[in-house]
Design a protein around this ligand. Structure first.
Ligand SMILES: C[S@@+](CC[C@H](N)C(=O)[O-])C[C@H]1O[C@@H](n2cnc3c(N)ncnc32)[C@H](O)[C@@H]1O
Length: 296
């Protein structure tokens, strides 16, 4: 059998399997609502600590090296199950941290986890910043906040504040309308603000993701939308983010590739994509990326 025939046969079977998972995810959401913000179990405190420190470290690595975290007012979109990322940013010297979300999955009252985040960071960061962070999370005084509202009206959720850094991780791919969210964060960005958003473009059902990370792109828009639910991966691609940030006046907008399909699997895992994901500008080799944008 030729290689392309091989792919065609595989595409039919993996699409059928993916469809089953798509329907199961839809049924699960209908029965239980939104759940499982990431792969770390909610009772695994050490896992959450590690995840938070890792995520804050990733923002630091991907932000331009000229941009400091120290003294900056930071807004995080959708922190999920813990505010450990915010605590880590304060430990790195951030001036203040506010998180906004659609679902109340985290708490500002997670002392053990916050202490562990700062203990872990203490090895590499200034003692004064770590101690300031310890006191801010205990007595926040407006410097460590978390607001939740189903409407996700970001300007309303931040009470008129403006920010120097706006970050998120594994959140944007869940938004119903990324253009509206980007328009909203543009209203709360200070001149000179930098945005760093880690986006996971892949299929989220675990088994399918491991075998066929681009599976969600195998279905037509109408079929995919038939089984849509709040928080379902929205299938927006890197170019959609670049366009949306640019349309709101952001400059130097780029998507840094954080994870790509291994070269040996590229033809197999990018064949059989539905329209418009079969076009080169969709960059189907990109599995995860970091959207960086600068507000003039
Ligand atoms: C996969 S979690 C990621 C959380 C966290 N940043 C992390 O890295 O673990 C997705 C986040 O997006 C939020 N979210 C889910 N559905 C949403 C929707 N339809 N609109 C806006 N936010 C949504 C959730 O509340 C959650 O905080």
């Amino acid at each position: 059998m030729s290689q392309s025939m091989n792919y065609a046969v595989r595409n039919v079977s993996i699409s059928a399997i993916g469809m089953v998972f798509l329907v199961l995810a839809w049924v699960k959401n209908r029965l239980h609502g939104y759940s499982t913000p990431n792969l770390v179990a909610s009772e695994d405190v050490d896992g959450k600590v590690e995840y938070a420190v890792h995520t804050a470290g990733a923002w630091r690595r991907y932000l331009p090296s000229t941009i400091q975290i120290k003294g900056r007012d930071v807004l995080e979109l959708c922190p999920g199950s813990s505010l450990g990322t915010g605590v880590a940013l304060l430990g790195m010297g951030a001036g203040s941290y506010r998180a906004v979300d659609v679902f109340r999955l985290a708490s500002t009252d997670d002392g053990t986890l916050f202490d562990k985040v700062l203990d872990l960071l203490a090895q590499d960061h200034e003692a004064a910043d770590i101690e300031r962070a310890r006191s801010l999370v205990r007595w926040p005084d407006g410097h460590f906040d978390y607001r939740v509202d189903r409407s996700f009206d970001i300007p309303a959720l931040v009470d008129g504040r403006k920010f120097d850094l706006i970050v998120s991780c594994a959140a944007f791919e869940h938004y119903d309308d990324i253009d509206a969210t980007i328009a909203n964060i543009s209203k709360v960005a200070r001149p000179g603000c930098v945005a760093a958003h880690i986006v996971d473009y892949q299929t989220h059902s675990r088994w399918v993701r491991e075998h066929d990370p681009n599976n969600i792109y195998r279905y037509s828009e109408s079929l995919y939308r038939l089984f849509s639910f709040p928080g379902q991966p929205n299938r927006r691609r890197p170019l959609d983010y670049v366009r949306a940030f640019q349309a709101n006046g952001w400059k130097n907008v780029r998507v840094i590739k954080a994870q790509t399909v291994p070269l040996a699997d590229l033809a197999r895992l990018t064949s059989g994509m539905a329209s418009p994901f079969d076009r080169p500008e969709m960059q189907m080799d990109v599995l995860a990326g970091v959207v960086i944008a600068e507000y003039p």
